[in-house]
Design a protein around this ligand. Structure first.
Ligand code: FES
Length: 102
């Protein structure tokens, strides 16, 4: 279990290419995915289903679910994953988005 801040490891080590919503990003291999995406300038990871409010990582420990992303068709918590070569990451399908709009 890593106990140091996930942001401390972002400047060291080799980088790998991943895709975020169709955009190619170079992120530190093995770093925390949520921290790496934030450092790369991604500031909206998902939207809430009812109000469509933007969300981004908050707790960085798997509790808040504000870091949800979709990887290979599965919705995952970015703060619980490490960056690996070739990840294809998108915002999760927003089922129920705008449910209370008419
Ligand atoms: S940032 Fe809270 S669960 Fe990932």
């Amino acid at each position: 279990m890593k106990t140091a801040s996930p942001f401390l490891e972002l400047e060291s080590g080799p980088r790998v290419d991943v895709t975020w919503d169709g955009e190619l990003l170079s992120l530190p291999k093995g770093s925390n995915l949520a921290a790496a995406l934030l450092a790369a300038g991604v500031d909206v990871f998902r939207h809430t289903p009812v109000s469509n409010a933007p969300r981004a990582p908050f707790c960085m420990m798997g509790a808040c679910f504000d870091c949800l992303v979709e990887i290979d068709g599965m919705t995952r918590q970015a703060c619980m994953l490490e960056v690996t070569e070739g990840m294809v990451i998108t915002r999760p399908q927003e089922i129920g988005a705008h449910a209370n709009e008419t």
